[in-house]
Design a protein around this ligand. Structure first.
Ligand code: NI
Length: 143
């Protein structure tokens, strides 16, 4: 059977800063640069969720995109949109709010529910700015 990869894009706005309390202001500025600004800064994040599977003979779908969107919206977007990632989000509590850390936590939240909906999560991309994004394959090597 043919394997097809299908991707849903979702979007959220959020504020954060990259900061370690145990470091001096100077060290935070040196390591994190502008991202360490004490009074926060925001991004328009884009999240790409890719699911792998075989098209269902009855529907032609790998996964129903409405269902995939619902999972991502309920578990991720509702939790992150218009929030302060350092202060407001339980699943990021105690973690440095870098895109790398965020994408790993997002994977943990949606992998199981996507499986329950008949799909296999295989790839996430989280875009922070036009020039910066991270990719995650659930800890596996992609190729
Ligand atoms: Ni930032």
């Amino acid at each position: 059977m043919e394997t097809v990869y299908i991707t849903r894009r979702e979007h959220f706005n959020a504020a954060h800063k990259l900061w370690r309390e145990e470091w001096s202001d100077e060290k935070n500025a040196e390591v994190f640069g502008k991202c360490s600004n004490k009074n926060w800064h925001g991004h328009n994040f884009e999240l790409f969720v890719t699911v792998k599977g075989h098209p269902n003979p009855d529907t032609g779908f790998v996964i129903n995109l409405k269902e995939l969107s619902k999972i991502v919206k309920e578990l991720v977007i509702e939790e992150l949109d218009h929030k302060n990632l350092n202060l407001d989000v339980p699943f990021l509590a105690g973690k440095l709010a870098s895109t790398e850390n965020i994408i790993i936590e997002i994977w943990k939240l949606i992998e199981g529910p996507i499986r329950m909906a008949g799909g296999e999560l295989c790839y996430l991309k989280l875009v922070e700015t036009e020039n910066n994004f991270v990719e995650y394959y659930g800890g596996r090597e992609p190729y």
